[in-house]
Ligand binder design. Structure first.
Ligand code: MLT
Length: 274
């Protein structure tokens, strides 16, 4: 997917790193956080559609057109990058809308900057930390990524992210997005995911935060039952399944995600974010 899709992106240096981001519209703020080996363009349909809201979509460090330093990737670093970006953009509170690894970052953001969160949308993510077996798989992935580089690794992962029925053009666009992730960013993100803490204890403390949980009907990476269980542990959370989508529902079925987001955002007090 080319940057023609989000032509007005800018760069800013925050927290010691240069981040690319889109900042579109006016009103209460929603911050979009993409997943592993993806970038801000995965949200382009939502960024285009949600008028009445200020839509901010950065590329995380090590992804897309943001800088990819050689080490120092932690969930805490990503979360602090986002808080520093909000500071620069003059945003005090925001709704967080995040997918998968973006979800792990948002949990860390909640631990560190909770007073800045006016609402939470969680898509295709897990709350538990990695099991020992998953940690070993992450280490094997790090070795493969170093061996095969961004292109080879994008080849391996693209089919696992999309629903089997995804059209060829979508597969190509996702693969291009993944290939843009430099090896430093891939390795850093895998290490950060491997070492992330268990966020399950956080869930029951979220009663005062409006929450919506979404999962793609054909997500092969996150079991639907685990998202359902997560919804059950967050007081008052809503849960819905997005049809015709795998792991990257906002990209695969943008209209269905936009409609769920609209419903949810309409219910949030807009005085509380901006
Ligand atoms: C992601 O899409 O961000 C990753 O698949 C998350 C993970 O591997 O746990």
């Amino acid at each position: 997917m080319s940057d023609a899709a989000t032509p007005d992106f800018r760069h800013v240096e925050v927290n010691g790193v240069r981040l690319a981001y889109n900042d579109v519209g006016e009103g209460p703020t929603i911050l979009f956080i993409h997943g592993f080996m993806l970038d801000r363009t995965m949200w382009r349909s939502q960024v285009a559609a949600l008028d009445g809201w200020r839509r901010i979509a950065p590329d995380l460090r090590g992804h897309g057109l943001s800088e990819a330093p050689e080490g120092g990737y932690r969930m805490a670093t990503y979360a602090d990058d986002l808080a520093a970006l909000l500071d620069v953009l003059g945003v005090r509170r925001t709704v967080l809308c995040r997918l998968s690894m973006g979800g792990y970052i948002a949990f860390e953001f909640l631990r560190r900057h909770r007073d800045r969160v006016a609402g939470l949308v969680i898509m295709d993510a897990r709350a538990a930390a990695d099991s020992p077996a998953r940690r070993a798989r992450r280490n094997a992935m790090i070795a493969r990524a170093l061996d095969s580089g961004s292109e080879g690794f994008a080849d391996e992962l693209t089919p696992k992210f999309l629903a089997e029925s995804a059209p060829g053009v979508m597969k190509r666009q996702l693969r291009e997005m993944m290939e843009r992730t430099p090896p430093n960013g891939i390795v850093g993100a895998l290490e950060a995911m491997r070492d992330r803490p268990d966020s399950r204890p956080l869930l029951r403390t979220l009663a005062s935060v409006p929450c919506l949980l979404l999962i793609g009907e054909c997500d092969a990476r996150v079991p639907r039952a685990s998202m359902q269980a997560m919804a059950g542990q967050i007081p008052g959370a809503r849960f819905a399944v997005i049809p015709d989508a795998g792991h990257v529902a906002p990209f695969e079925n943008p209209a269905a995600v936009i409609s769920r987001l609209r419903e949810f955002l309409d219910e949030i007090s807009t005085d509380s974010c901006g």
